[in-house]
Design a binder for this molecule. Structure first.
Ligand SMILES: [Zn+2]
Length: 239
């Protein structure tokens, strides 16, 4: 995993860039503050403005090292210098759900003796889900985790990325908790961890809040049994 611009400058929502490649309906830029998605998290959305007008970006498609910004207008071919704008509301919804999914994960891990995440999905509409390797437990115990997750929001814990060597990460039990969403190391062999102060630390390449108090709340919805050893917890931000 490369280190993204949105990792090093999480508050950058608008910047200039140059078109480096273009096809009808898609464009690659010299730099981009968009998060490309991954690990179950949707990509950022936003706009790209050229001298000819403003184009909406619906998502990013990765093709090797090339990030295609996919445009709503399938005919549009962009060139020259552009202004990139990331949709801040969309970013905040996704980062809120994503950050609180770490907190939920921490409580599940603690309460159910090291249960691992087997899948996750964070959507742009303020909904998401996590799947856990869990069997033979009462779903009401999972639902009851909504209260401590909201207590973490109320208490305002700092959330920050830290970079450690992959060796160090491997030798720390519980650090890479997710079977499917952990990012590969950066090119220099370091792993990006997200630290929720005093509560949780795990490998992740997504977008997060800087403090849990920035989340508008967290609701646990339907809990489904997905096979013998799998529980799916659906969650959302308050309407
Ligand atoms: Zn994350």
């Amino acid at each position: 995993m490369a280190i993204y611009l949105c990792h090093t400058e999480p508050d950058l929502y608008e910047h200039d860039a140059d078109v480096v490649d273009a096809r009808p309906g898609r464009v690659a830029l010299s730099r981009s503050a968009f998060h490309p998605g991954g690990g179950g998290q949707v990509s950022d959305i936003g706009t790209i403005e050229t001298s000819a007008g403003v184009q909406q970006v619906t998502h990013i498609e990765l093709d090797g090292d090339v990030w295609w910004h996919v445009l709503t207008d399938p005919e549009a071919v962009l060139d020259g210098g552009v202004t990139v704008r990331v949709d801040a509301d969309h970013r905040h919804r996704v980062a809120s759900l994503h950050t609180m999914s770490h907190v939920l994960n921490a409580f599940v891990f603690e309460e159910f003796e090291g249960s691992l995440v087997t899948g996750a999905q964070i959507n742009g509409d303020g909904t998401g889900r996590m799947d856990f390797d869990l069997s033979a437990i009462d779903n009401d115990r999972l639902r009851a985790l909504e209260a401590p997750v909201n207590e973490v929001i109320a208490s305002g814990l700092a959330v920050e990325p830290i970079y450690v060597s992959a060796d160090e990460a491997e030798s720390t039990p519980g650090l890479v908790r997710s079977l499917s969403v952990a990012p590969p190391p950066t090119p220099d062999g370091r792993l990006r961890l997200i630290d929720v102060d005093g509560l949780d630390r795990q490998a992740c390449g997504g977008t997060h809040l800087g403090n849990t108090a920035q989340a508008p709340g967290f609701r646990i919805g339907k809990i489904e049994n997905k096979g013998k050893r799998n529980r799916r917890i659906r969650f959302s931000l308050p309407a």
